[in-house]
Design a protein around this ligand. Structure first.
Ligand code: ZN
Length: 476
């Protein structure tokens, strides 16, 4: 029996009973439409979904206990920016649980290098609170103005500074969470070392709301760098980009915070769809790299970066380049990079992917994969992403002048071919976006069978009635 068969959709009587328990101002039925959408427009939430917006952890606990008892599905909701459909459920009307009213910074200690925040805090607010105390919370991504820290942790989000600081998991020391039956896990510790058995924190981080609802977290702060050095470089090939990455790591070591690879197709889409955004090169290079170093002294950073670039120019790995000469120019470089997904969306992908590969296999993959993929359909491919992490966004678009809907029936076959190529090279079908609903069947097909069996056993143990985000991560 699948999880969904054991559940029932929320009904008017449930909504009334819930409103009586936690206040009618906290409950909306049906849920406003913005809670039933996802950014790629591929899946809409059930129109009879209800929305609840609790004010504190105690209310979250009462809500989950209520839904557990009545077998009502619950979809935990952060900023709604997830790209794999983890935030929308279509098969039954669920209770959408938004933590948007729980956004307090409970405490911040620059001396201890920690802050405790509630899950509904927007990532940009968390970054700003850390900066106000001269510290850095380094998690950073294009959606930071609307994604929430709870969603970031639930999906173990990545972004553009993982190379130096790690992903969301690496930035979290402890969590407070509510389990499926309403029990509260009080794990807001700020210990750097804690080897006391199974780690519930690491289990819930990345579980995409299927094992519990994170309500607050202890986050790790870093020292705020005083200076940045940023370069946009045209490179001879992906292989040259990889050589450059190694040279950058040798020259800058952990001061290297970001190393992004961008294909010519990104420049073409940007010019076509977002022409007002300043492009770093007049002519689109076949491949380019946006890299950044952070440290305490601008002069030293620039000297090391320039030395490395000059050597790469001499050797032909770099063919053209620009160093950001001002904070404004640095922001322009990043604005260009972070707008690529918007241009992609404006063009309209047939299907998008977020893969990771062992670093050394990436040049051969980028050389060989397009021909393999195009045996299925003559798609345009936009490959870009976090080369320093071995993580590429690898998205398929219809040929010029054609509509993506003409190719919709081929999307699954295109993804499957890609995932075969990726897994054959020891890669992953989801590097930082998670599994959600869009990739649950792919996970079932491509995951290690022992790992999948363990995941199902964990799900059954922590959420025996299957109320938490049913259909996400684990299909059927
Ligand atoms: Zn990314």
């Amino acid at each position: 029996m699948t999880g969904i068969e054991r559940l029932r959709g929320i009904e008017e009587g449930d909504v009334a009973a819930l409103a009586a328990r936690i206040g009618s101002d906290a409950v909306s039925w049906p849920a406003p439409s913005r809670y039933l959408e996802e950014p790629r427009g591929k899946l809409a939430g059930h129109p009879a979904s209800a929305l609840v917006r609790p004010r504190n952890t105690g209310e979250v606990a009462r809500i989950l206990a209520f839904c557990h008892e009545r077998r009502i599905p619950v979809v935990p909701y952060g900023g709604g920016t997830g790209l794999v459909g983890g935030q929308v459920m279509a098969d039954l009307p669920p209770l959408v649980l938004s933590l948007e009213r729980m956004r307090a910074i409970r405490s911040l200690s620059p001396a201890d290098g920690v802050m405790v925040v509630e899950a509904g805090a927007v990532l940009a607010e968390v970054q700003a609170a850390a900066a106000a105390h001269d510290r850095l919370f380094p998690l950073s991504m294009a959606s930071e103005g609307s994604c929430t820290i709870g969603g970031n942790l639930a999906t173990n989000a990545g972004g553009v500074q993982v190379l130096r600081y790690g992903n969301a998991r690496a930035l979290c020391l402890g969590i407070e969470a509510v389990l499926a039956d309403g029990r509260i896990h009080h794990g807001l510790r700020s210990l750097h070392k804690d080897n006391t058995g199974y780690d519930l924190r690491d289990l819930l981080i990345g579980s995409e709301g299927t094992l519990g609802v994170i309500t607050a977290a202890t986050l790790k702060l870093h020292m705020r760098p005083r200076a940045h050095a940023t370069a946009f470089l045209a490179v001879a090939s992906p292989s040259a980009a990889l050589d450059l990455l190694h040279a950058a790591l040798a020259a800058l070591d952990e001061r290297l915070t970001a190393f992004e690879l961008i294909s010519e197709q990104s420049f073409v889409f940007m010019a076509e769809k977002l022409p007002a955004i300043r492009r770093p090169f007049g002519t689109a290079p076949a491949w380019s790299v946006l890299m950044e170093a952070a440290g305490s002294e601008a002069g030293e950073l620039e000297e090391r970066l320039l030395g490395m670039i000059e050597a790469a120019l001499a050797e032909g790995q770099v063919t053209d380049g620009r160093l950001a000469r001002s904070e404004r120019e640095r922001r322009e470089f990043w604005h260009f990079r972070e707008s690529i997904p918007l241009a992609n969306r404006a063009v309209g992908a047939i299907v998008s992917h977020d893969i990771s590969l062992p670093l050394g296999t990436i040049p051969a993959f980028l050389r060989d994969a397009p021909a393999q993929i195009r045996r299925i359909a003559p798609v345009r491919i936009n490959a870009f992403g976090h080369l320093g992490d071995g993580n590429l966004h690898y998205n398929f678009f219809p040929p010029e002048g054609r509509d993506r809907r003409e190719y919709a029936a081929l999307a699954a076959a295109l993804s499957e071919r890609l995932y075969e190529l990726v897994t054959a090279r020891g890669g992953s079908i989801s590097a930082e976006h998670g599994i959600g609903r869009f990739r649950a069947r792919d996970l079932a097909r491509f995951a290690d069978p022992a790992a999948l069996a363990a995941m199902r056993a964990i799900k059954a143990a922590l959420d025996p009635r299957g109320i938490l985000n049913p259909g996400a991560v684990l299909a059927g």
